[in-house]
Write a protein that binds this ligand. Structure first.
Ligand code: GFB
Length: 323
């Protein structure tokens, strides 16, 4: 159990998950948080990471991915995804061990399970079948991280746990259409289509794949819960417990964004895994479940997105007026 004065490092604290972790930890009364941005500390650099761990005397580490993205980002940037994640997680796991960190929580991803995995996907399904080709590079980096944590626990008696999140969404997500996941992608797409009074919006793929979505604050809460309550070698799934088709998701986002045009599905774009629902019975047995219903989470995310867009426009106007 972390005490309130514990020194906690949140890697990638400027990402959607990192921001939510910092917020939830502060709300829970943890104030001895360590965060570093890239010019201060290059997590890809082995000697910098070593020096940082030996100097800081950290007690707990939350290790989020250094780079991740939606289906197109996985297709277009597999080298960056595998290189950056392997490099950063290898440095952090190794030097966390050398510096005798009390506990580390490594974030995996639901894409580590086989493409045609029995649904809902149990933790035991890891490495029982071929991966979905579009995200193989990222998934292999994540599997390597999980196996590395387990190997260090076995050989060096560390307490490095690995969690497997379902698809996470919320404020501070990446809303860039070329690299985002489906929720921020559709929010931007429908929002722009509404503003530009478009009659239709194009959605990637057939609309048939099914996905499970968890609001980022719930995910951060689950990570803190597991840091306090889970010490096993085996991975543990964190999910919402229900999945929906991309078509159903698009209809909810259409409603939330108040876009009134037609939805057109583009079959030339990839579908990715046909189904991706996690079995969360292990997590439920420990006494944790998600609080935020999908529509409520989508509304909060859209409110945040609109505010950010309005601020951007105001700043742009100010910049133009100055010129
Ligand atoms: O969220 P997403 O990119 O990731 O796509 P995955 C989910 C589904 O939504 C796919 C469809 O079937 C997409 O074709 N989709 C429809 C869209 N419209 C859009 C859109 O505008 N943008 C996006 N991005 N998709 C990723 C993995 O898989 O999920 C990662 O590639 C990681 O490795 C992450 O595991 C959680 O769920 O398919």
């Amino acid at each position: 159990m972390m005490n309130k004065e514990a020194k906690i490092f949140i890697a990638e604290h400027e990402s959607m998950i990192g921001i939510a972790l910092v917020k939830c930890l502060k709300t829970a009364g943890f104030n001895n948080l360590v965060t570093k941005s890239s010019p201060q500390l290059a997590l890809t650099n082995q000697s910098e990471v070593r020096k940082f761990f030996l100097q800081e005397e950290l007690e707990y580490v939350f290790l989020s991915p250094v780079k991740e993205g939606g289906i197109l980002a996985n297709i277009n940037y597999p080298a960056e995804l595998i290189y950056l994640n392997l490099q950063v997680q290898t440095n952090i796991i190794h030097f966390a061990c050398e510096a005798k960190v009390k506990k580390l929580l490594f974030l995996g991803s639901s894409c580590i399970y086989p493409k045609f995995c029995l649904q809902p996907m149990k933790e035991e399904a890891l490495l029982t079948g071929l991966l979905e080709p579009t995200n193989e590079a990222y998934a292999i980096a994540k599997i390597a991280g999980i196996k590395m944590c387990q190997a260090y626990n076995k050989q060096y008696n560390t307490n490095f746990i690995s969690v497997v999140p379902t698809n996470i969404y919320g404020p501070y997500d990446n809303f860039d259409l070329k690299t985002s996941h489906v929720i921020p992608g559709l929010i931007r797409n429908f929002h722009q289509s509404k503003i530009n009074r478009k009659k239709e919006a194009i959605i990637w793929g057939s609309g048939a794949p099914r996905r499970e979505f968890l609001y980022v604050d719930d995910f951060a809460d689950a990570c803190i819960f597991l840091m306090n309550n889970y010490d096993q070698l085996e991975i543990i799934n964190i999910g919402y417990g229900k999945d929906i088709s991309i078509k159903e998701l698009a209809l909810i986002i259409k409603d939330v964004t108040e876009f009134d045009g037609e939805l057109v599905f583009d079959d030339n774009k990839p579908d990715g895994m046909p189904y991706k629902l996690l079995d969360i019975s292990k997590m439920n047995k420990l006494g944790w479940s998600a609080k935020t219903d999908l529509k409520e989470g989508l509304k909060k995310t859209y409110i945040w997105f609109k505010q950010i867009e309005e601020e951007k426009q105001k700043n742009e106007k100010r910049r133009v007026n100055k010129i």
